[in-house]
Design a protein around this ligand. Structure first.
Ligand code: PEP
Length: 252
């Protein structure tokens, strides 16, 4: 049985005070949720204080990105995976479509970041997903396959324990246009099939594949009925503690 994961991506929202108050409001709302793992990704500036304030809770903390480099050095503006770990993170989001689109992150970059994350002991939440134009052109699967092949290059069987995939169709992110459970299931099953080919049946059965794209408290339950959807990566609806708690409690 794969334990579901509900992860919140706060993107470039929240000053430190707001981040702390949201985390503290969330803590009691989800303290009895044992059916899933809960992760939130505050901005870098709030990561350490949020992680400290959540110590002893069932909420884990993620970075939203990390550097390709693992050794400290002259990399202005970058945050290394071990700095995230040092600040209290257990996870890191890598290859989000906003980084691929607006910050020119290639599959090679994503691959190097994943290597850096897993070598450091973080769990990487690797994002993949096609644009609307690619879906309409019928190339969604080949796009996702290319992202997986590029990003996962060089991973060993042990590294796979530290990898989750988030399927996030770009056309569903922040648009209110959620993929239907059937659309998401189709791609999740395709992703699991690729893992099966690359890493074998056991690794593919263990892999958690999260869906992301306009997940809300009122659509999460139907998404979670799909057999290959193992959780969600949530943007907008994770910014409010009650709304995110409503997603965590998708099981009623
Ligand atoms: C995201 O940014 O990862 C995301 C899924 O955003 P939203 O839930 O707002 O669509």
């Amino acid at each position: 049985m794969r334990k579901p994961v509900i992860a919140g991506n706060w993107k470039m929202y929240k000053l430190i005070g707001d981040a702390v108050s949201t985390a503290l409001a969330l803590r009691p709302l989800v303290s009895n949720a044992n059916h899933c793992e809960i992760v939130i990704a505050p901005p870098f500036t709030a990561l350490k204080v949020v992680a400290d304030r959540l110590e002893g809770s069932n909420i884990q903390v993620a970075g939203q990105d990390c550097a390709t480099e693992t050794k400290h050095g002259a990399h202005t503006g970058e945050i290394a995976a071990n700095m995230l770990l040092d600040a209290g993170a257990t996870h890191v989001i890598i290859g989000h479509s906003e980084r691929r689109q607006h910050y020119c992150e290639s599959d090679t970059f994503v691959q190097r970041k994943i290597q850096a994350a897993v070598a450091t002991g973080l769990t990487a939440i690797m994002c993949v997903g096609e644009s609307l134009a690619q879906r309409e052109a019928g190339t969604a699967e080949s796009v996702v396959k290319g992202q997986l092949n590029g990003g996962l290059r060089g991973l060993t069987a042990t590294d796979l324990n530290r990898i989750m995939i988030a399927y996030e169709p770009v056309w569903a992110i922040g648009t209110g246009r959620t993929a239907t459970p059937d659309q998401a299931q189709e791609m999740h099953s395709f992703v699991r099939g690729i893992f099966n080919e690359k890493f074998g049946g056991e690794a593919s059965e263990r892999l958690r594949i999260l869906y992301g794209g306009s997940v809300k408290p009122d659509n999460i339950a139907s998404l979670m009925t799909a057999p290959d959807i193992d959780g969600a990566l949530v943007g907008g609806a994770s910014l409010d503690a009650e709304s995110f708690a409503g997603i965590v409690h998708y099981n009623g």
